[in-house]
Write a protein that binds this ligand. Structure first.
Ligand SMILES: NC(=O)c1ccc[n+]([C@@H]2O[C@H](COP(=O)([O-])OP(=O)(O)OC[C@H]3O[C@@H](n4cnc5c(N)ncnc54)[C@H](O)[C@@H]3O)[C@@H](O)[C@H]2O)c1
Length: 374
């Protein structure tokens, strides 16, 4: 297949577990997207999903699906360790790919996937839905054009709760080879992605990782200080051990404070913009009218993300900012793991093409320590 189907786009969903339902529910809202096939090795999971969304094509693997069907878009909702090879297979079959986070397990793998996408003229869109919603778009614009002043310091917390007996009982989670990391890559990447969407390029990361309570190969908790290219300093705490869960991102600028507090998604009510007081200890000044959050508010989530991606696929325009630049948050995760492992700050130059760190942590941090020992 070289051209997109005229009119209705034919879609395949690969991996029909938990998050695939979010994709199917959004696709059902699009009259010009038709989920024609699914693939999952588990017959029960596959049939339950296919029955629920009335999907005719049912296969036990992506290869079997592509051998039998012609599709325009493949959604990858599979465990992270499969994303690289499945994305390349789908792209080479001529389909665009919409892939759940994390995009792949390493920056080198991301380079490989994006090179194939470019070669075959198809898109590789990654789902980082915390960037979406009208409020975040508004705040990002105010930071980007300087209306909110110059960013100085910030906080990025992913304080979530995941138990050993259920969440980490799933075999692919918490292992370097199959998840590519622990809570930092699986959970914290959402907030890091939002943070980087607000603050742009990073420059240096100084981090530590800990295994405090869960029986994982990876960390269950990590801390980091990130210096962004604009010199803003952000303190990051990511853990799977916090019973009262919260996701919190905050940026203090020369003119005020921007905060978003939520759990898995936000809308205008989750955001707070506070103007600096005119004197130390005084009440905050009234916020300028330009800071006011949009009244016509759409929450963050898969709906605005997939709508924007599909609009780009149909028009042939580049992917929108909410679905572009999958490197940035994967770089931050990689830099945090690398810094924690090596016991030193890690800069963007440390992750340059060809560096060992770009290969990620597939062989675990002990191998990485050995590989980078001087
Ligand atoms: N964006 C979000 O908010 C969000 C939330 C949850 C999960 N995720 C991501 O979505 C992905 C899937 O997570 P999940 O929680 O839905 O996992 P899950 O275990 O519930 O579902 C994964 C499904 O993939 C199937 N599968 C395994 N091997 C396969 C193969 N070779 N071909 C086709 N299907 C295969 C499994 O049988 C399972 O049904 C992960 O990358 C995860 O990080 C994203």
């Amino acid at each position: 297949m070289t051209e997109l189907s005229q009119g209705t786009l034919k879609v395949a969903v690969v991996g029909t577990g938990a998050i695939a339902h979010a994709h199917a529910q959004v696709l059902a809202l699009d009259p010009l997207a038709d989920v024609v096939a699914v693939a999952d090795p588990s017959p029960e999971v596959r049939d339950t999903f296919a029955d629920r969304y009335a999907v005719a094509g049912r296969y036990d693997s992506l290869d079997a699906l592509l051998a039998a069907e012609t599709v325009d878009v493949v959604h990858l909702c599979t465990p992270p360790g499969l994303h690289r090879d499945q994305a390349i297979t789908a792209l080479r079959a001529g389909a665009h790919v919409v892939c759940e986070k994390p995009p792949v397990l390493s920056l080198a793998d991301l380079d490989a996937v994006l090179a194939v996408a470019q070669e075959v003229g198809r898109e590789y869109a990654v789902v980082f839905q915390q960037r979406t919603g009208t409020a975040v778009g508004h705040v990002q614009g105010l930071l980007a054009d300087g209306t909110l002043g110059r960013p100085l310091v910030g906080v990025c917390h992913t304080l979530w709760y995941r138990k050993q007996e259920d969440y980490y009982a799933v075999p692919w989670r918490g292992k370097w080879a199959t998840e590519g990391g622990g809570p930092l890559l699986g959970l914290g990447i959402h907030q890091l992605d939002l943070l980087a969407f607000l603050l742009g390029e990073w420059a240096e990361v100084d981090a530590r990782a800990f295994r405090l309570d869960r029986d994982l190969e990876t960390e269950d908790t990590s801390t980091a200080v990130i210096r962004f290219a604009n010199d803003a300093i952000v303190s990051v705490l990511t853990t799977a051990l916090s019973p009262r869960q919260v996701s919190y991102v905050r940026v203090d600028t020369t003119l005020g404070t921007v905060e978003v507090e939520h759990l898995y998604g936000h809308d205008a009510r989750s955001w707070r913009l506070t103007a600096a007081p005119s004197r130390t200890g005084g009440e905050p000044d009234a916020a300028p009218a330009a800071w006011s959050l949009p009244v016509d508010d759409e929450p963050s989530g898969h709906t605005p993300l997939l709508r924007a991606v599909y609009a780009a696929l149909r028009s042939g325009e580049p992917l929108p900012p909410v679905a572009a630049d999958p490197h940035r948050s994967l770089e931050l995760v990689t830099a945090i793991y690398a810094s924690a492992t090596l016991g030193r700050p890690v800069t963007k130059a440390d992750l340059a093409p060809g560096s060992t760190l770009r290969d990620g942590f597939l062989h675990g941090i002990e191998d990485l320590r050995r590989a980078t020992r001087t």
